[in-house]
Ligand binder design. Structure first.
Ligand SMILES: Cc1cc2nc3c(=O)[nH]c(=O)nc-3n(C[C@H](O)[C@H](O)[C@H](O)COP(=O)(O)O)c2cc1C
Length: 335
């Protein structure tokens, strides 16, 4: 049964003044304060999974949040005409995440402006975010999960379609956005293979408010990733990606050359048992899987490793050019 169509919502103010309608998505291990700060200063939402602050290794989420907030405040004071975009923290809402409650408390304490929740949709997390005026975007791979998240109190959605890096869906972005937009008028971002400015415009043409991109930011100087991983992203294309559930119990997209380098045949991977899913801070992969690297299908657009600000500048130039091209093709006049 479908929920009733919601009334028209406008984009929350906090997401209105971006240089480009894009969220730099959270990347396990890879997103760190340097990358988030570079993304936000370049005018797109930067984000990281709370669990990336590996407390057992001496990192502290509290300190990460202090640093990001302080540096963005300083940037905004120095650049009142060119303020940074807000940042977001990703919470993995799963029973194996023993830090969830504590990490939610820290996000409340620091008044993190945008929250991204993955896996479970839980009311208490949304209530915690709303208690400090934050908005929550929940990521979903189908329309059923989208309904659940909105019914429980999420403010917006990230539609994770086929071709996305990490835990990807299996649905075409066209189908997924179309179904969600039948009943949901709130903030909606499209995830999956967005690595060019043209694709951000395409996401908007489909009905999304903007894009959500991860893999394109792995090949940046700031990303906390092995240099060989960054190079592999720059050298690979869509055909080098395989969809498998072997490595975490959840279906996701991975770089075939990294699987081959670990001694496995990427074309003949076994299926795994979803009950083995584990998102605790201490999750350990078998040793031979340590260097199996996730990526979406869009990386054909990534040719080299660059500072994140340059990646955002490229995406913005492509987005502007795509608008002009489209306007000419369709005979629109642009002012
Ligand atoms: C290496 C890697 C790690 C990821 N880790 C997370 C994560 O911790 N939390 C999360 O919500 N999404 C995670 N994702 C998914 C991304 O947030 C996003 O949905 C995806 O990267 C978008 O597709 P794209 O890579 O094709 O741009 C990860 C993706 C990749 C490639």
């Amino acid at each position: 049964m479908r929920a009733e169509r919601t009334t028209k919502m406008t984009m929350p103010n906090i997401l209105k003044n971006l240089s480009l309608p894009l969220i730099g998505s959270p990347l396990f291990i890879i997103s760190n304060p340097d990358l988030v700060l570079a993304q936000c200063k370049a005018g797109i939402v930067g984000s990281f999974p709370a669990l990336n602050a590996r407390e057992k290794e001496g990192q502290s989420l509290d300190e990460w949040l202090t640093r990001i907030s302080t540096e963005l405040d300083r940037h905004n004071q120095a650049n009142p005409d060119n303020p940074a975009a807000p940042f977001a923290v990703n919470q993995i809402v799963h029973r194996s995440n023993a830090r969830l409650e504590r990490d939610v408390e820290l996000c409340v304490k620091h008044k993190v402006p945008v929250w991204i929740t993955s896996l479970g949709a839980q009311e208490w997390v949304y209530e915690a975010a709303h208690s400090v005026g934050a908005i929550v975007l929940h990521d979903v791979i189908n329309d059923r999960f989208a309904h659940k998240a909105i019914e429980k109190g999420a403010d917006g959605l990230i539609a994770v379609s086929a071709g996305a890096g990490g835990h990807a869906g299996a649905l075409s972005p066209l189908a997924l956005i179309q179904e969600i937009r039948e009943w949901f008028d709130g903030p909606l971002f499209l995830s999956g293979a967005i690595a060019k400015g043209d694709s951000i415009l395409a996401a908007q043409a489909m009905g999304a408010d903007g894009g959500y991109a991860g893999s394109v930011f792995i090949a940046t100087e700031e990303a906390n990733a092995d240099a060989r991983y960054k190079e592999m992203i720059a050298e690979s294309g869509a055909d080098d990606i395989v969809y498998s559930n072997l490595f975490t119990g959840v279906w996701g997209n991975y770089l075939k050359p990294s699987i081959a380098a670990a001694g496995m045949d990427p074309e003949n991977l076994e299926r795994s048992d979803p009950s083995t899913m584990n998102f605790s801070e201490n999750r350990e992969k078998p040793k031979s899987w340590k260097e199996i690297w996730g990526s979406g299908q869009g990386i054909g657009a990534v040719k080299d490793v660059k500072p994140a600000a340059e990646v955002v500048a490229r995406l913005k130039a492509e987005y502007d050019a795509a608008q002009t091209r489209l306007a000419q093709t369709l005979g629109w006049t642009r002012d």
